[in-house]
Design a protein around this ligand. Structure first.
Ligand code: T5A
Length: 217
């Protein structure tokens, strides 16, 4: 893919709830548009009519039936396939830059681990869904679950979705998974997102700019 010089670039931002992904993506989108880039932003799960329907279903609280982790995994991947095939890949092919709020690393972090699906099983699904496709850059916003979740509480007060209602232990496990699996990615950066908003923005801008300088050297 990278051998085709007219392809766009795909940057993925990952992190726990309240790590500031959406905020940082909005910020960097504005910054890159000012620099003359054609930017598309997408979120997962979501971004197409079918994927948005799957998103609603995944977030809904079901009292009458247990939501199994394997079901979740397949639903996230179903939404991802729709988004990749119908939106992300065509836009990259036309030269646009795409910034994604989450991608496959979220599945490894949230649906994998001790109580989830084994990594080698996720690998198989991942291969069927997206093959060898890799983002050009993954930025992980590292926040302590206590801080991230308290930001979400402040924002939404009482209305938390099914996943946000999980225990702090669950989010600690997700954070540990992220910190472990990100190191196997080709091009990644970790940003300390526990700091105040303007400090995180400064760090984010600095990291993106230094990556872009390397890209165009
Ligand atoms: N999921 C997703 C899986 O389990 N597996 C998968 O494969 C995929 C793709 C998605 C859910 O699905 C799960 C993970 C999630 O539980 P979502 O609603 O899209 O659900 O949730 P998130 O992606 O986590 O989005 P959030 O909006 O919850 O978090 P963000 O985007 O990281 O945070 P943001 O930018 O919206 O900020 C939250 C609040 O914090 C403030 C912001 O102003 C905002 O109010 N804030 C800060 N405040 C102080 N200091 C800072 N540095 C701040 N940064 C942000």
């Amino acid at each position: 893919m990278k051998s085709c010089s007219n392809f766009g670039r795909y940057i993925v931002v990952e992190g726990l709830e309240g790590s500031g992904k959406t905020t940082m993506i909005g910020f960097v989108k504005k910054m890159l548009i000012k620099e003359g880039f054609d930017i598309l932003t997408v979120r997962e799960p979501g971004g197409t009519p079918i994927s948005e329907k799957i998103r609603k279903l995944i977030k809904k609280n079901f009292l009458e039936e247990k939501f199994l982790v394997k079901t979740e995994l397949f639903m996230f991947y179903a939404a991802r396939i729709q988004l990749m095939e119908n939106i992300i890949l065509p836009n990259l092919k036309s030269g646009k830059w795409v910034i994604g709020d989450r991608n496959f690393l979220s599945s490894y972090a949230y649906q994998g681990g001790k109580y989830g699906v084994k990594d080698d099983e996720i690998d198989k699904i991942n291969k069927i869904a997206i093959g060898k496709f890799q983002p050009d850059l993954i930025i992980y916003l590292d926040v302590f679950p206590e801080i991230g979740i308290s930001r979400i509480h402040e924002r939404k007060s009482s209305k938390l979705d099914r996943i946000e209602k999980r225990s702090l232990d669950f989010f600690h496990q997700v954070r540990n998974r992220y910190l472990h699996i990100i190191k196997n990615q080709k091009e990644f950066m970790i940003i300390d997102a526990n700091q105040d908003l303007s400090s995180v923005k400064r760090l984010f801008q600095h990291k993106i700019c230094s990556w872009m300088k390397r890209l165009y050297q």
